[in-house]
Design a protein around this ligand. Structure first.
Ligand SMILES: Cc1cc2nc3c(=O)[nH]c(=O)nc-3n(C[C@H](O)[C@H](O)[C@H](O)COP(=O)(O)OP(=O)(O)OC[C@H]3O[C@@H](n4cnc5c(N)ncnc54)[C@H](O)[C@@H]3O)c2cc1C
Length: 433
């Protein structure tokens, strides 16, 4: 893979429980299912398949959680980009409500897995706040909270004063609070999933990049760079923003911008009481959104856009330090202890895509910004499908692999869009970005 490691270990690497033992694949093996990629999607698929009694081998190029699953903001946010009414308009009312139930349940799944498997994962489930940065977005979040409230969620619209009280900043015109959300230590969760999958019987091999897939005898042979291979009835590819050239044209179906995060030194108790005092996690309505939270040791994390390329030095995160100072003047000048980044995979319609280019080869790609919950749930759904053979168990339709037109230009174009949104994302009260 071309991407280098981040410049320094992330906060999550510095504070996660020990990684599970995942020795490289050093001899040929066989399994009912072989999974490529050990992020939330691959690991959740492995866990649920192993629990259903199938034999599973997971092959990971580096180590479980090396990709976006060990680098993200750790915000567990149910739902997708689209509101229930938009989902119904796109898929029809019956299928739309089923998909809405699925995407609405993703946070429950994550916190349920952590509890059921007694994972060593620091977490807090105090809800997710989405701050509105323009009057139009304030109307949108009002409607959004109403749509979820109509489906039984204790969602709350927040006026400017209520948002300022919970966020600890008056930079937003209001927002909504979704009580289903919360925060986790994301790498601890990835490692917890890996350990749970191993306990259920799955074999996980790190440092085992897959370099070839071929059909043989009604099944598949999955070859690693070391030369060992797995013979499997079926294969799941869950490589997402770190997808290489394993499947022709797959990488061209997504744009993979880098998202950047900083974490400050731990806040004093007094300071922590003025910033997100009730411990919600939060992101906003900008196109290039800002996402921020405190971790379990009261460090303030600020995430957002950054260069499309890999970072060169600390200056590539400087804009996020400025945002902290504007959003929370009392935190200006706090030492930044960690800087890291990772790649998200954006599809054209901002939905995860499922492909089955050949019988027995299932692909899940497109991680967006809700993958902690969504990719965990996609893994469970893919396992349900592989066990039952019933495609209706998949939440999204299986679609052909369709590269984005002029993909290489698209990636350049995104760099330009990042610069453009930076200028245009500003709203009435918005001076934070
Ligand atoms: C900086 C950042 C912040 C984010 N913040 C949030 C957030 O707060 N909340 C949220 O819900 N989502 C967030 N996301 C998105 C979320 O992290 C992802 O949607 C999710 O982790 C994707 O999981 P995955 O298993 O699909 O992919 P990944 O975790 O990326 O895993 C893919 C794995 O495939 C492996 N791989 C690739 N090619 C091969 C190969 N040939 N052979 C073997 N292995 C291979 C890679 O090494 C990698 O480990 C964020 C993402 C980033 C990058």
């Amino acid at each position: 893979m071309a991407e280098p490691f981040p410049l320094q270990p992330s906060l999550w690497h510095a504070t996660a429980p020990a990684a599970p033992q995942t020795p490289p694949l050093d001899r040929d093996a066989s399994a009912d299912i072989c999974i490529v990629g050990a992020g939330y999607a691959g690991l959740s698929t492995a866990l649920h398949l192993a629990e259903a009694g199938l034999s599973v081998v997971v092959l990971e190029a580096r180590e479980p959680g090396w990709g976006a699953s060990g680098r993200n903001g750790g915000q567990v946010i149910p739902g997708i980009k689209y509101d229930p009414s938009e989902i119904a308009a796109k898929y029809g009312s019956e299928a739309g409500e089923a998909l809405t139930r699925f995407v609405g349940s993703t946070a429950d799944l994550v916190f349920g897995l952590i509890d059921r498997h007694k994972m060593d994962v620091p977490y807090k489930r105090a809800g997710w706040i989405q701050g509105a940065h323009t009057p139009a977005m304030l109307e949108t979040v009002k409607r959004r909270s109403g749509e979820w409230a109509a489906r039984g969620v204790d969602a709350k619209f927040l006026d400017a004063a209520a948002a300022a009280r919970l966020l600890g900043t008056d930079r937003y015109l209001g927002g909504w609070l979704d009580p289903r959300g919360g925060g986790v230590q994301p790498l601890a969760y990835a490692r917890g999933l890996a350990k749970a999958a191993q306990a259920a019987g799955a074999a996980i091999h790190g440092q085992s990049p897959v370099v070839g897939l071929s059909q043989a005898g009604g099944g598949w042979i999955v070859r690693t760079a070391q030369g060992a291979s797995v013979t499997a009835g079926r294969v799941v590819v869950a490589t997402n923003g770190y997808t290489g050239d394993l499947i022709p044209k797959l990488r061209q179906t997504v744009i993979r911008p880098n998202s950047f995060i900083i974490a400050t030194e731990p806040l004093s108790d007094n300071l922590a009481g003025t910033i997100l005092p009730e411990g919600q996690v939060t992101s906003d309505t900008r196109q290039l959104l800002l996402y921020f939270r405190k971790d379990h040791t009261n460090r303030l994390l600020m995430g957002g856009r950054g260069p499309f390329r890999e970072p060169r030095d600390a200056a590539d995160w400087a804009h996020l330090e400025r945002v902290v100072g504007k959003m929370y003047p009392q935190a200006k000048g706090l030492r930044v202890d960690y800087r890291w980044c990772g790649r998200v995979a954006l599809t054209r319609d901002f939905l995860p895509h499922l492909h089955e280019p050949e019988p027995g080869l299932l692909v899940d790609i497109g991680c967006m910004g809700r993958g902690v919950g969504l990719q965990s749930a996609m893994g469970k759904a893919m396992a349900d499908y592989l066990v039952s053979g019933d495609r209706a168990r998949l939440p999204f339709p299986v679609v052909p692999i369709t590269p984005l037109p002029l993909h290489a230009l698209n990636e350049l174009y995104v760099s330009a869009i990042i610069a453009w949104y930076r200028l245009t994302d500003g709203g009435m009260k918005d001076k934070a970005a």
